[in-house]
Write a protein that binds this ligand. Sequence first.
Ligand SMILES: Cc1cc2nc3c(=O)[nH]c(=O)nc-3n(C[C@H](O)[C@H](O)[C@H](O)COP(=O)(O)OP(=O)(O)OC[C@H]3O[C@@H](n4cnc5c(N)ncnc54)[C@H](O)[C@@H]3O)c2cc1C
Length: 405
Amino acid sequence: MKRQDPAKGGTAGDGGADDARPPEDELRSEVRAWIAANRLEGLSPGGAHEPYDHEQTEAEREWVDRLRLGRWLCLSWPRAYGGRGLDGVRCAVVNEEFARAGLPRPHLGMGETLLAPAVLAYGTEEQRARVLPRILSGEDVYCQGFSEPDAGSDLAGLATVGVVDGDEVVVTGQKVWTSGAQHATMIFALCRTDPDAPRHRGLSYVLLPMADNGIDVRPLRQMAGARGFNQVFLTGARAPLDNVIGGLGNGWRVAMTTLGAERGGNATTQHLGYQRELAALIDTARANGRSADPVVRQRLADAAIHVRLMEYAGLRLLGSLSNGEDPGPAASIDKLFWSEYHRRFGELAMDVLGVAATVRPDGPGYPVDPYQRIFLESRARTIARGSSEVQRNVIAERVLGLPRA
Ligand SMILES: Cc1cc2nc3c(=O)[nH]c(=O)nc-3n(C[C@H](O)[C@H](O)[C@H](O)COP(=O)(O)OP(=O)(O)OC[C@H]3O[C@@H](n4cnc5c(N)ncnc54)[C@H](O)[C@@H]3O)c2cc1C
């Protein structure tokens, strides 16, 4: 049976950014000219999310190198640290041009997306100048060490301890669900440096080297077979006090910047991966005859409406960014919307495939086809970076102003 690859997209509802968006003509021309001179064949624009165990291909590495040389990475960072100082609207312009050319514009992982906003907000000048260029050059690859076995949604309950020893902090404890720790050279971790302070106050945000530093990484296998996250055991892991961001005891505030990091720059392109996946599923349903079932047709139409809503929500976000407004807790609406949509999309894909969905492809290890992977991995994304229940609480309390639970 013909199954379309959701990462490559299908013929129905093909995505492409609209020509008539923000009038940042000069930047748009610059990106177009650069892409025309530097484009690389063999890159997939990708589905909505990379698989959890995605390993960079040679072509992807080469593409990141070209983007680095062209200064198309870390766009929002100040120029002094290698960025372009672009606001959300201009980042969207750049992303639209890459999407229009059918090319990815990758980011540099958690170092760029989660740590950098915290370092820019709370780091000293010396820390910014030391930490950010090493992320941009690829010398430092970061993972996020926040969650612990008894501290996930209730992060302030974390038990990992940091003890100051001369001009160093020595960290001991256990982290869990640490994505990408197996590839990381550094971890930004929260630890308790003042056990006598109230729970939210005695925490510190520390950058720890991973190698030869008492850090043991043990992979955890996820439902779809990927070993994308890990348990991380820290036994006397050391970092200079210069690696504490925001000062000792200030970790909660710094962590909130990381957790609230809202780039906004992909607002008008983030729906395109979902659109490609849906177009491929519609083609698959046509090929195997499931599109004749009125209930399946209705669910596909419902999915199309959701993807269109994501596009409009992106435009609205861009509108508020261009008015200088901070989207704030509205980011929770976005996260809840795409993660719950994608979980339902995975279920719909299984129903479109019918009994074929229960058959795994041949191959060593634990192979799953792209739809089975979406079905299984989309569930994890309703938990990661704040579960749906917690997002609903944020929306209820901070957006709608309802009383606290
Ligand atoms: C794929 C994946 C990748 C991850 N990567 C990382 C990473 O790189 N680094 C990192 O630090 N962490 C990571 N996490 C951890 C993630 O942040 C936590 O799983 C998440 O915050 C939930 O915490 P928990 O797993 O401890 O569940 P718990 O907090 O124990 O929650 C259990 C259940 O109770 C519900 N619940 C909890 N509190 C409330 C409440 N107040 N109101 C209503 N319901 C509530 C939750 O929604 C959930 O259903 C990852 C998780 C996943 C799934």
